[in-house]
Design a protein around this ligand. Structure first.
Ligand SMILES: NC(=O)c1ccc[n+]([C@@H]2O[C@H](COP(=O)([O-])OP(=O)(O)OC[C@H]3O[C@@H](n4cnc5c(N)ncnc54)[C@H](O)[C@@H]3O)[C@@H](O)[C@H]2O)c1
Length: 383
C-alpha cells in the first residue's frame, strides 16, 4: 500500500523506542489508542489495513466504558485505563486521539514511558508545550508524529509534486477557503471545537496549512483578522441535542501568509457561513493554476488550468486513490514503517509544530492587528 515513502529523506534516525530500544524489534509496531471518541472510528478501520506495520494492542479513554465499546467493535484485545495502556509491554507507539486540551499531557506521559507518540491535530495548544514535547521525545530517543496525514494520500501527494516539478511554472501564490456553518450539527459533543485549541483555524486549518507548507515550505510572517458571528452555539445531534454552549474563539478568520521562499497565500477559515464551500486549495504559478484535492480528505486528485486553457484538465489519478485504507491513520502506518526502517517519518512532530506555530501566529495577528513573524521552521523533504 502507498505509505507516502516519497516524503522520507532516507537519513538515518534513532528508531529506539525507549523501554523497547535495547532489543532488535521486528514485526508490526504495537499501538495503544488513547481517546476512543469520534475520530477513533476512522483510525481503527484504517490501521486494520496495515497488519504488517501496526497491531492495535489496547484501547483506552477517560471513559473506560467507551474504550471497551470501541475495543469490542474493532476486535482490539484489551481496553483499560490510560496509564495501563501506555505502559503495556507490547505498546511501542501511543496514538493520541484525545481532545486538543489533553494532547500535551497524554503525549508527555507516553514519552516519559519511552513510547513513540502520534497526536491528532493540533499538536498542542501553545508553542511552549509543543516544543517541550519534541524536546522530551528527543531526550528519550522516541519519535513524535502528528496529524494530518492527508498530504501522504496519493492524489494530494501527486498534486503537490506538480507544484515543484515545473508543471505550473514558477509557483507564486495560493488561495485557501473553507466555509461552513460549523460542526455542531453532527458532532455529539462539539463544545471543544469552539474552545481554545479549535475553532475553524485550529480545527480545519491544519489540513490546509499542512498541505500548503508541504508545497511552499516554512512560513515566515502573517497578518490576519478574525470575527465571531455568534457568542453561543447549539448542539444539533446526540444525547445533548438542543443544549447551548459558549463560543470562545474567532469563528471567521482571514489571513495573508508570506513564506520564506517569497510565495504568498490568502486564507479564509470560517464556521460562520450558511454557504458550505470546502476543499478550495488553489496554487498559481507563472504557467498554470493547480486546484489541489480537498486537503481534509484522502480521496480525489487535482486539476490544472494552463495559461490560455478555457477549462480544467484532471491530473492523472494516482495509484492507490481508491484504496479504502488510505484514510485517517495513514500517517501512523507510515510512521510505524519508518520506525522499523530507521528513516524519518513524514507526518513529523517538527512539521506539526510549525503548523501550530503558524496558526498561533495567525490568531495573534488577528488579536493584535499587526504582522507576526513565524519563528519555527521544518524541512519539507524529511519532515
Ligand atoms: N471528529 C472528527 O471527525 C475528527 C477528524 C479529524 C481529527 N479529529 C481530531 O481528533 C481529536 C479527537 O476528536 P474527536 O472528535 O474524536 O473528539 P471526541 O470528543 O469525540 O473524543 C475524544 C475522546 O478523548 C477522550 N479523552 C479526553 N481527554 C482524555 C484524556 N486525558 N485521556 C484519555 N482520554 C481522553 C474523551 O473521553 C473522548 O472519548 C481532536 O484532536 C480532533 O481535532 C477529529
Amino acid at each position: 500500500m502507498n505509505g507516502g515513502a516519497a516524503m522520507n529523506g532516507g537519513a538515518a534516525l534513532n528508531s529506539g523506542a525507549g523501554v523497547n530500544s535495547g532489543a532488535a524489534v521486528n514485526g508490526p509496531v504495537g499501538v495503544a489508542i488513547v481517546g476512543c471518541g469520534t475520530v477513533s472510528h476512522q483510525y481503527l478501520p484504517t490501521l486494520a489495513g496495515y497488519p504488517d506495520d501496526v497491531r492495535v494492542v489496547v484501547c483506552a479513554d477517560l471513559d473506560t466504558g467507551r474504550a471497551a465499546t470501541v475495543a469490542k467493535k474493532y476486535g482490539v484485545p484489551l481496553a483499560t485505563d490510560v496509564p495501563t495502556a501506555i505502559t503495556h509491554p507490547d505498546v511501542e507507539l501511543v496514538v493520541n486521539l484525545t481532545v486538543p486540551a489533553a494532547h500535551d499531557a497524554v503525549a508527555a506521559d507516553a514519552i516519559a514511558a519511552g513510547r513513540h507518540v502520534y497526536n491528532e491535530k493540533p499538536l498542542s495548544l501553545d508553542r511552549a508545550s509543543g516544543a517541550r514535547m519534541l524536546g522530551a521525545a528527543a531526550a528519550a530517543g522516541v519519535r513524535v508524529g502528528g496529524a494530518p496525514d492527508t498530504f501522504l494520500a496519493p492524489g494530494l501527494a501527486n498534486a503537490l509534486r506538480a507544484v515543484n516539478d515545473g508543471t505550473i511554472g514558477t509557483p507564486q501564490s495560493a488561495l485557501l477557503i473553507m466555509q461552513s456553518p460549523g460542526p455542531e450539527s453532527w458532532h455529539h459533543s462539539p463544545e471543544f471545537l469552539y474552545q481554545h485549541g479549535a475553532g475553524p483555524l485550529f480545527d480545519i486549518g491544519p489540513y490546509y496549512l499542512t498541505a500548503l507548507t508541504a508545497a511552499f515550505g516554512p512560513a515566515a510572517r502573517v497578518v490576519a483578522l478574525g470575527r465571531q458571528a455568534f457568542a453561543e452555539r447549539t448542539i444539533g445531534s446526540g444525547p445533548h441535542a438542543g443544549t447551548t454552549f459558549p463560543v470562545e474563539v474567532p469563528t471567521h478568520v482571514t489571513a495573508l501568509i508570506e513564506f520564506t521562499n517569497g510565495m504568498i497565500a490568502t486564507l479564509v477559515m470560517s464556521f460562520d457561513s450558511p454557504l458550505g464551500r470546502t476543499g478550495l486549495l488553489e496554487i498559481t504559478g507563472t504557467a498554470a493554476t493547480l486546484a489541489l484535492p480537498d486537503p481534509n480528505r484522502h480521496r480525489d486528485h487535482g486539476r490544472i488550468l494552463r495559461r490560455g486553457d478555457t477549462g480544467w484538465t484532471e491530473l492523472p489519478v494516482a495509484p492507490g486513490d481508491e484504496d479504502p485504507h488510505v484514510a485517517r491513520g495513514l500517517g501512523v502506518a507510515e510512521m510505524a514503517r519508518a520506525i522499523r526502517a530507521g528513516v524519518p517519518h513524514a507526518a513529523s512532530g517538527t512539521r506539526a509544530l510549525h503548523v501550530l506555530d503558524l496558526m498561533l501566529s495567525i490568531a495573534e495577528s488577528a488579536d493584535r492587528g499587526e504582522y507576526v513573524t513565524v519563528a519555527s521552521t521544518f524541512d519539507p523533504v524529511t519532515g
